[in-house]
Design a protein around this ligand. Sequence first.
Ligand code: KIV
Ligand code: NA
Length: 267
Amino acid sequence: PMRRLTVPAIAARKGGEPIVMLTAYTARMAQLLDPHCDMLLVGDSLGQVIYGLPSTLSVTLDMMCAHGAAVVRGSYHAVVAIDMPFGSYEASPEQAFASASRVMAETGAAAVKLEGGAAMAPTVAFLGQRGIPVIGHVGLTPQAVNALGGYGARGHSEAEQAKIGDDAQAIADAGAFALVVEGVIEPLAADITRRVACPVIGIGASAQCDGQVLVIDDMLGMFERTPRFVKRYDDIAGRISAAVETYAGEVRARSFPGEDQLYRPKS
Ligand code: KIV
Ligand code: NA
């Protein structure tokens, strides 16, 4: 099998071959995505996607460790990165190191991702200097939904553009090996991509970014409603409904199980 990609190999992709990234939360999905992806992100979006929570705010370190370990077990090639959940890293660099080192030790992942701009730069540097590669995340940062007032795109005002640009620069300068830019107007994402030294991975951002990421359930069409930036590559929800409808009909008609699914006595 292919040797697993490394964090330096991802960092070296700045301005080169685009980085292919998707979220994964389970071992089997990781197995399916791994041959096609450079990075797998165990996103705290698992709060909504897996657990039916209303936001990412109540996702726990225990959840991230359990799903992170499953994704590492299911993958061989991609760099696995794990989201730091809300409340596990913001208080201090020391708190972030305690949480991130636990995530690394319990999952075997190679990197963590955390949300925030200039205020988080010292934390990104602290972790990086202690052997924990960090991906930044700026723009629409879902853990800040209450402060932002919703999930709408960012960067419509010049003041917001300047703030997000400064945040991106601060996180990149602090040593993040990659930066997720989410939900910002296209020219801002393209400008950040040109300005910062590390690869920029876009989601609702720009085709000029150094890579793209989507939530796997969104791109497979598991949900009724998804943001504008999600392209649906399948209608898995529709296909599941159709399969289960067929199964239910066959059970009610006693046409399942059929001859092929039954054990007959050996004669
Ligand atoms: O939690 C998540 O899935 C993410 C990506 C969408 C970037 O942070
Ligand atoms: Na996230």
